[in-house]
Design a protein around this ligand. Structure first.
Ligand code: NDP
Length: 362
């Protein structure tokens, strides 16, 4: 099958690319620069242009960003859209994730209904609806679109111990709350972007079916050819900080207590694209619960030479589970529909540390 994969230089997308190639698919991946395309090409020397090719999309938040990228010969049958701004370094929430502009006369109803308001003001949403519009307009051969959303589009921060999360759950965050801080801006952007995608399908009834993957924190090995320890993807930074001693004085708080291995969520994206019964569904792809304290303990156990860099005793406490317990998860759909099996936290952490050590050694 011929796939368009967005953001091929990203932490997750790099693994999706490898799964697609391993399973015999042909892939065009979008990247922001020729240099990134070259780095990916060099790392996959056995694949010719017919199996691995590139399209430059510099900024997915431009409404017409994907109009050309979705056109291909032979034409695409499926699209996996993972690219999205993900970092907590935003200084200007409105510019980076949600751009409200002059919305003084906008009611909530108009916000969801009005294409004009969506297109003008919501960068993260544009990044999602923009590609759906481009496919509808220019790529009628596409049968399945898979979008990477997030557990953050499901979690209700007022519900903790006893709550079991599944595909039925939606984050109730409001626009006003989106501006509370950087983390809430990111949560809101993922929630609103996923809602906008489902709304698009409902309103436009396109030829393709939409599916969504909702991963919690994604941990796991990084591809060596695109990374340095200083510019590491956001979700693995806690492992780096534990390994390097940066978190020795105090283990960082865990925040959301679910993780998935990047290799498992990458495979899930491809299975969701391949299986007809996965159409029209969300998939909560979660390996298990974790705490930063457990990560520190696994690193200490598996890599004794790193022990002195790790927090211990009292310094581990901030990284522990809360005393009252945490919420739980139901990942049964990913097992029954996709047949997915999950790696353990130990396997994930050990392989991540090894990959970070390899990058450090370079
Ligand atoms: P990365 O930051 O590693 O990758 C993001 C990708 O999107 C990169 O290829 C990046 O390009 C590209 N990108 C970002 N902004 C733009 C833009 N404005 N125009 C064009 N390309 C852009 O993140 P992850 O791989 O971790 O995340 C992938 C997806 O998974 C995202 O949708 C994220 O929200 C979601 N997700 C991630 C989780 C995690 O813990 N990692 C958890 C839940 C969801 P470049 O490399 O050139 O900057």
């Amino acid at each position: 099958t011929r796939f368009l994969l967005t953001g091929g230089s990203g932490f997750l997308a790099a693994h999706v690319l490898d799964v697609l190639l391993e399973r015999g698919h042909s892939v065009v991946t979008t990247v922001r620069s020729v240099q990134k395309a070259e780095a990916i090409k060099e790392a996959h020397p056995t694949f010719g242009k017919d199996r691995l090719d590139f399209a430059i999309v510099e900024d997915i938040a431009q409404p017409d960003a994907f109009d050309q990228a979705v056109i291909s010969n032979p034409p695409f049958a499926a699209v996996i859209h993972t690219a999205s701004p993900f970092h907590f370094n935003a200084t200007d929430m409105k510019k980076d994730f949600l751009d409200p502009g002059n919305r003084s006369s906008t009611t909530r109803g108009e916000f969801w209904d009005s294409e004009r308001v969506l297109t003008e003001y919501y960068l993260a949403i544009i990044g999602t609806t923009g590609i759906l519009k481009a496919i509808q307009k220019n790529a009628p051969s596409v049968e399945r679109v898979v979008i990477t959303s997030s557990f953050l589009a499901m979690v209700d921060r007022s519900k903790n111990f006893g709550k079991i999360y599944s595909e039925a759950d939606w984050n109730p965050i409001t626009e006003a709350e989106a501006y509370d801080g950087q983390a809430s801006g990111y949560r809101a952007s993922k929630t609103f972007a996923e809602r906008a995608a489902w709304d698009f399908v409902k309103q436009e009834n396109p030829k393709f079916t939409l599916s969504v993957c909702n991963p919690p924190l994604v941990l796991g090995p990084i591809v060596h050819y695109l990374n340095s320890l200083s510019a590491l993807n956001t979700s693995n930074q806690r492992i780096r900080d534990l390994m390097t001693g940066a978190a020795k004085v105090s283990c960082p708080p865990t925040m959301n207590y679910f993780f998935v291995d990047v290799r498992d969520i990458a495979l899930a994206h491809v299975l969701v694209a391949e299986k007809s019964e996965a159409g029209g569904k969300r998939f909560f792809v979660v390996s298990g619960r974790f705490s930063n304290k457990e990560i520190a303990e696994i690193i200490g156990d598996a890599f004794p030479e790193l022990k002195e860099k790790l927090p211990s005793g009292e310094a581990l406490k901030p990284g522990d589970y809360p005393e009252e317990g945490t919420y739980d998860f139901d990942n049964s759909r990913s097992k029954s529909v996709l047949g997915l099996t999950y790696r353990s936290l130990r396997e994930t952490i050990v392989d991540t540390v090894k990959s970070l050590q390899a990058v450090e050694a370079r």
